[in-house]
Structure formats: structure tokens, C-alpha cells
Design a protein around this ligand. Structure first.
Ligand SMILES: [Zn+2]
Length: 439
């Protein structure tokens, strides 16, 4: 009931009013449909369908004459299944004849060609076929197609307001970080994100001890009263073997979000220690190795990471692709140049990231290709090399250069933006899941 009352104001303000924008359209009355607003909201609010109403901010994309779509009352709601396309779905619904008229909108129908399983098409129909179609190409956008006089269609969209809520949680490790994170109610991707933030200083495979603790504050996104997505971690603390590490998220002047210590030092280094997730080293850097294929001593000037074919491979640092192609025993290989001194090499790939070519700029952590077994390889793995001034170095042991700390000019802005988070990190360790009282 509370929901209905809250909605009443919204509903009333959503009833379309004639305005300049629509003044050119006279023949079609802009009025709510026959069913009254009262009756609609007095129904039990059991799902988002019934409370979804057109927003006044509907953006008109087309220049063609138009009318506002009616308040929604969907005749049918179809969940897209795998293998479905617009024409398949419309055929099923007996709406085939509306497809060609709809597709005459051309480029505006692009989102309809990219339907994916789970998406829901909301459809209003009448004896002429499709009257109004709405679906969400993204969680926060509604795209509408509706019929206008003359039998053609027009398009518009509504961006739904996204509400941000700050959440906070603490956890203590008994066995593994994943168990502790799960106990605290964190999703696997959030746990992974936490490990990524502190992975520069803590080896999560080897250095985690019983009693290690963490605190986490993150942004949660809600759309129309429903949890939509977990946003980024805004602040975190990890106590590893008695030592406390803190991370604050800050978007710098260049627009790039990064994690910093409270005094403005970068947590990340110029290079990732491993350019793949969750793998084991299958062959170490070894100048005197007996080669598994050639069966003779041949130095192994890189590190091999065994992982299934298709596992993503990340650029270890910001740089430029200087080679991308087949090279003898390397198979499909990518060379990235980082500044003047550093080069990284990624070999035996099954494929390259789409669009990646010589000259492409890449950023640290960007997916550049997938693990494979191309070239001289006994099984799927990444052969990774790290070269300084052309000399091969052991990427597992080499000391990576630090990134420059925030400059004085940015530091004031950093402090101003992050201090509420820093204070919020003082929450006690016995806190379970909560909404953090920070803005
Ligand atoms: Zn190798």
C-alpha cells in the first residue's frame, strides 16, 4: 500500500499533457487510456510491470510526426529465448506483418537486432498488429517503438533514474577469502574485485592467514526500487598478518578511476604481476631448461601460465601494440611496448581481441587476446615475457616501477572527495552488511 501511495504522485505527473513538442499533432487525443489511474494503482503491486509507467522524459529520436504512447498496459510480455530474433518472436505472436513496417525505421531498430536471452519485450497490440513495443537494451534505458497515424512506426526512449546506495560490510577469514566473502554476503565478482585492489601488495594465493580481516564500502545501483547492479568498490581495508592496507577510489583529472592509499599513492604498479586470472605457473623462467618439445637445453625466457583455451589475457601495463601476428614457435603472439624501456610478450594465443592491431593503444588490464596452444606448445597456456631494454627478465621476480603519486594540485581534490570514505572505514569489524551512512 505504501508503494501505491508513493506512486500516486508520480502517476499523476506522468499523465501526458499537450505541450509545444507535441503541438503539431492534433488529430490524436493525448489522453490516458480508458482504464483509470485509480484502478491501475489499486491493484496489488506484485511486480515491476504494473508500476512501470511512461516517464515524462521520453526522448523522441525520430523526426516523423508522433504521438506519445499510451500509459502502458501490455497485452503480452515475451522473454527472449536463446536463438530468438525479432521476426521469430513476432511470427510466434502472429505479428509478422508489423515487422517490415518496424524495420523501415532503419538504424533506429539496431537494438532490436541485438536481443539477448532474458530480455523482455512488452507488447501492446490491436487489430492492425503491433501498436507499441517497449524493451530495455540496458538496465536503465527503455526503448519504445509505437505506431503513428499512417501505419508507420516511431521510436523514443526513456532513461530510468538510477539510485545509488552505499553499502558496507566487514569479514574475517577462517579458511579462504572466498568463504569469508561469501559469509559476508559478497558476490564472487566483488570478492575478486577486492583481491584485485590489494593484489599489488598481498599475494592472495600464498599470504592469506586465518584472522585476516577486511572492510568494504561499495556503490549499489537501484532502478525502480529493484537492485540492479553492484557498482565499484569505493573504499576498502585489508588486514593481512597484522598489517593494514587501505584503498580509496578516486577519479583523477584524466577521468580514470584508480585506487590510492590515504596519502595519495597508487596501489597499482605500472605492470600486472600476472596477465591472467586464476592460473598456475606451468613452467618458470629458467635459463637452463630442457625444452619439452625440442628435448634439448634451451633457455625459457618467460613464464608459462596454464589455463584453459579461451581464458582472457590482459595487457600487463599501458602501452602500444608493436606486433600482432604469427611468429614461429610463438604462434599467435602480441608484443606491447610500454614507454621506452619495457616490452611484454604474450604467446600461443588462440585469438586476438577484436580490433586489436599494430599501433593500438592498450590500457593495463584490457583484454588483448585469449589463451590457446598456437605455435610450439604442448597444451593451452600463455607464454609471457617481460623485457627491459631488450633483456629478458623474470616477470615473477622483477621489481616493477611504481606509478607517480597524485600531484600536489590533485591531492587537495583527492582528500576532499575521499575523506568521507576514509571516515566510514573506521566502522567496527563486527559490523555485518549495512547501508553506510556516507554521502
Ligand atoms: Zn613458455
Amino acid at each position: 500500500m505504501l508503494v501505491s501511495l508513493c506512486l500516486l504522485g508520480g502517476v499523476l505527473s506522468l499523465i501526458p499533457k499537450p505541450s509545444d513538442t507535441y503541438a503539431s499533432v492534433t488529430p490524436v487525443p493525448l489522453q490516458p487510456p480508458p482504464h483509470s489511474v485509480e484502478s491501475e494503482i489499486s491493484q496489488p503491486v506484485s511486480s515491476a510491470k504494473q508500476i512501470a509507467l511512461p516517464s515524462p522524459s521520453l526522448q523522441q529520436d525520430s523526426k516523423s510526426p508522433n504521438i506519445l504512447p499510451d500509459l502502458r498496459k501490455w497485452d503480452v510480455e515475451v522473454t527472449v529465448r536463446s536463438g530468438d530474433s525479432l521476426s521469430v518472436i513476432f511470427k510466434r505472436l502472429g505479428l509478422s506483418r508489423s515487422v517490415s513496417a518496424l524495420l523501415r525505421l532503419g538504424a533506429a531498430t539496431k537494438p532490436l537486432h541485438r536481443l539477448h536471452p532474458g530480455q523482455v519485450l512488452h507488447i501492446q497490440r490491436d487489430d492492425q498488429g503491433l501498436r507499441h513495443l517497449m524493451f530495455r537494451p540496458t538496465r536503465s534505458r527503455e526503448t519504445h517503438y509505437w505506431r503513428i497515424p499512417g501505419g508507420t512506426y516511431t521510436i523514443g526512449h526513456t532513461d530510468l533514474p538510477v539510485e545509488h546506495r552505499r553499502r558496507a560490510v566487514t569479514g574475517t577469514i577462517n579458511h579462504t577469502l572466498f568463504e569469508a566473502g561469501d559469509d559476508a554476503g559478497l558476490s564472487p565478482s566483488m570478492i575478486l574485485e577486492l583481491a584485485r585492489i590489494f593484489g599489488w601488495d598481498i599475494d592472495f594465493a600464498l599470504e592469506i592467514r586465518k584472522g585476516d580481516r577486511f572492510k568494504l564500502i561499495w556503490d549499489e545501483q537501484w532502478i525502480q526500487g529493484q537492485h540492479a547492479e553492484n557498482g565499484p568498490i569505493l573504499a576498502a581495508e585489508f588486514v593481512n598478518r597484522g598489517q593494514t592496507y587501505q584503498a580509496l577510489r578516486y577519479i583523477g583529472k584524466d577521468g580514470r578511476a584508480d585506487y590510492y592509499t590515504p596519502d595519495g599513492q597508487h596501489l597499482r604498479k605500472q605492470f600486472l604481476r600476472t596477465p591472467v586470472d586464476f592460473t598456475r605457473i606451468s613452467s618458470h623462467f629458467n635459463p637452463r631448461r630442457l625444452h619439452p618439445v625440442l628435448k634439448r637445453v634451451r633457455p625459457h625466457r618467460g613464464v608459462d601460465y596454464a589455463a584453459p583455451t579461451g581464458t582472457p589475457v590482459y595487457a600487463a601495463g599501458d602501452g602500444t601494440v608493436i606486433r600482432r601476428g604469427w611468429k614461429g614457435g610463438y604462434g599467435r603472439v602480441i608484443f606491447i611496448q610500454h614507454g621506452t624501456r619495457y616490452t611484454t610478450v604474450y604467446a600461443h594465443l588462440s585469438r586476438y581481441a577484436r580490433g586489436l592491431k599494430v599501433g593500438s593503444k592498450v590500457t593495463q588490464g584490457q583484454i588483448i587476446g585469449r589463451i590457446g596452444r598456437s605455435g610450439m606448445a604442448t597444451g593451452p597456456h600463455l607464454h609471457y615475457e617481460f623485457r627491459i631494454d631488450g633483456v629478458h627478465r623474470n616477470p615473477v621476480k622483477v621489481r616493477f616501477p611504481s606509478l607517480d603519486p597524485l600531484r600536489y594540485a590533485e591531492l587537495a581534490d583527492f582528500r576532499q572527495q575521499t575523506w568521507p570514505m576514509l571516515i566510514a572505514l573506521r566502522m567496527p569489524y563486527n559490523l555485518r552488511m549495512a547501508y553506510a551512512d556516507v554521502q
